[in-house]
Design a binder for this molecule. Structure first.
Ligand code: SF4
Length: 181
């Protein structure tokens, strides 16, 4: 089966009547807000972006994590906080993106947190520079139930790759398998 098609089917398998109703509330609130000019916040987010950590091993020049230029503290999300959020949203939301700025696999409990979300039938996705995606982490990732793994590689030679992925080793990223961005 086509990979994108099976990914869509997987995402659709997370739908419940309650999640569909919540998404409709969100869209309705949005369009009514536009029509009336008054803010209407209905429903809970159907998709969340949660940053496991703000820290990173690389120094990409367009990224606040790579530049060490955050105005917020650098740190690690606690699994308890993640569980608390998941408990609040799981019945209505359907999708958690486990990255923003930072390398998720630097968090020692990363795959445990994915497993918490997966156990509530939430679709989970992450993006990594793959420097920590060794066989053990690969096994833990599969067991966690992660639905979508994006591996970020910019260049097919070390010389080109390191122009953006400063401090990175292409040989360490490219021997992994996944989706490239
Ligand atoms: S690998 Fe990702 S998180 Fe790390 S510096 Fe580069 S863009 Fe930012």
């Amino acid at each position: 089966m086509n990979k994108n098609f099976s990914d869509i089917l997987n995402l659709l398998s997370k739908l419940t009547l309650r999640r569909i109703a919540n998404s409709m509330k969100v869209f309705l609130g949005y369009y009514l807000s536009r029509l009336t000019g008054k803010p209407l916040v209905w429903g809970l987010p159907f998709s969340l972006t949660i940053e496991p950590t703000t820290s990173c091993n690389l120094r990409c020049p367009e990224c606040p994590s790579g530049l060490r230029s955050f105005t917020r503290p650098t740190g690690m999300l606690t699994p308890d906080l993640l569980k608390n959020v998941v408990d609040q949203v799981a019945r209505d939301s359907m999708y958690i993106i486990f990255y923003f700025q930072g390398e998720p696999y630097l968090h020692k409990n990363f795959t445990e947190m994915v497993a918490i979300a997966s156990s509530r039938n939430l679709y989970t996705a992450t993006s990594t520079n793959a420097h920590y995606l060794d066989p053990e982490n690969a096994r833990k990732t599969v067991k966690s139930g992660l639905d979508r793994l994006i591996i970020s590689i910019d260049g097919t030679t070390q010389e080109v790759y390191e122009q953006y992925r400063i401090g990175g080793l292409l040989s360490q990223s490219s021997r992994r398998h996944g989706e490239y961005c």
